[in-house]
Design a protein around this ligand. Structure first.
Ligand code: KG4
Ligand code: ZN
Length: 341
């Protein structure tokens, strides 16, 4: 069989994504974000996100088909995020995918959003030698994984015991009076600050923590430390050096994220490592990982930042892997599973 031509739909959070791939080749990736509508609430409002998906889905679909110059009849399958994510948001993507599958009589593949964040790297760097390590860092998840097979066998080895990394970025941004989503804004501010200005705590790194939580993360202590530091300054009538706080927070977060990733590779003898999820767009995380993985002799694969945040192409390329592995299509009754592991 030639490389499968797959259309992928993503709607788990606040991005409506429609992507089209042929095997590992990216043909179209249309993303409409409702993030502007959530800014004043300081976080994603599920009802607002669902309504925005309804409005954005058909136009995104039309644009993707036009960009890829593909007719629906040529597709080999329709892939869609089945979970995890916001229930009402997922339902819009699933209903759209089912309608398309029914109309075109093509197989439907309900897929895991998180596996999509891992698979998306194939579009930039081709097939992945396995087993490989992976760090998935997004607004809702922070996980260390061993990937034995992208389509069928991804094992979680560790993860956050409290906040996700992206959540920590978003919360710290709020403490600093910066807008939502905080990740990109802190990333920018940090580039103007001194990462050594303030020594913030590195979660789960004491000898005792490592015994039980060697590959786990914790960011709530870091977030609290930043907000205490800022409160103290304000109470004492001192100005808050925003760029330095952002850089020092980011340094603490990226230090632990990368150190444990390297430890995972060494412990499991992994020679390849990839990153995915919105926070994988972070400049310091990318830079520090590059340094530390090179020192450990591990080949690092970093998808371009625009593919790290939620999009349809990541679901399409995961679908293509599933088709190539002979995976079974989903039933037309498949429902959204907001808590999919
Ligand atoms: O993967 P994603 O687009 O959506 C989820 O599935 O959660 O990730 C969104 C998260 C947000 O918390 C956002 O602040 C963070 O990714 N993010 C970043 C950067 N760009 C997005 N965090 C740090 N640095 C960035 N450059
Ligand atoms: Zn995501």
């Amino acid at each position: 069989m030639s490389e499968p031509l797959i259309l992928g739909i993503e709607s788990s959070c606040d991005e409506t994504g429609v992507g089209i791939v042929r095997g590992n080749e990216l043909l179209a990736n249309e993303v409409a974000s409702s993030v502007e509508q959530h800014v004043r609430f300081g976080g994603v409002v599920p009802e607002v996100a669902s309504r925005a998906h309804l409005e954005a889905m058909v136009p995104a679909l039309e644009r993707a088909l036009a960009t890829a110059d593909v007719d629906l009849s040529e597709l080999d399958g329709i892939a869609v995020t089945a979970g995890p994510g916001l229930m009402g948001a997922l339902v819009v993507g699933l209903a759209s995918a089912k309608a398309l599958a029914a109309y075109t009589n093509k197989p439907l593949y309900g897929l895991n959003h998180l596996a999509g964040h891992v698979a998306v790297d194939l579009l930039d760097h081709g097939s992945l030698p396995t087993p490989a390590g992976a760090l998935l860092v997004s607004g809702g998840h922070t996980e260390l994984l061993v990937v034995n097979d992208i389509a069928t066998d991804i094992v979680q080895v560790g993860g956050t015991i409290d906040d996700a990394a992206g959540e920590a970025y978003d919360k710290v941004a709020r403490v600093l009076g910066l807008p939502y989503p905080g990740g990109p804004v802190i990333d920018k501010a940090a580039q103007l600050g001194d990462p050594k200005a303030i020594r913030f705590p590195r979660g789960l790194t004491t000898r005792k923590d490592l015994e039980k939580h060697r590959f786990d993360y914790s960011f709530s202590g870091l977030k609290t430390a930043v907000s205490r530091w800022v409160e103290t300054r304000e109470r004492d009538g001192l100005d808050v050096p925003l760029n330095d706080v952002a850089a020092s927070f980011q340094e603490a977060a990226c230090d632990v994220l990368t150190a444990k990733a390297v430890d995972l590779c060494e412990h499991h003898g992994l020679t390849h490592f990839l990153i995915g999820g919105g926070v994988a767009a972070n400049s310091r995380l990318r830079g520090l990982l590059e340094e530390r993985m090179a020192a450990a002799g591990v080949e690092l694969r970093r998808p371009r930042p625009g593919l790290c945040t939620d999009n349809g192409a990541m679901i399409a390329v995961l679908g293509s892997e599933v088709v190539k592995k002979g995976g079974k299509p989903s039933s037309m009754d498949i429902g959204a599973n907001s808590g999919l592991p």
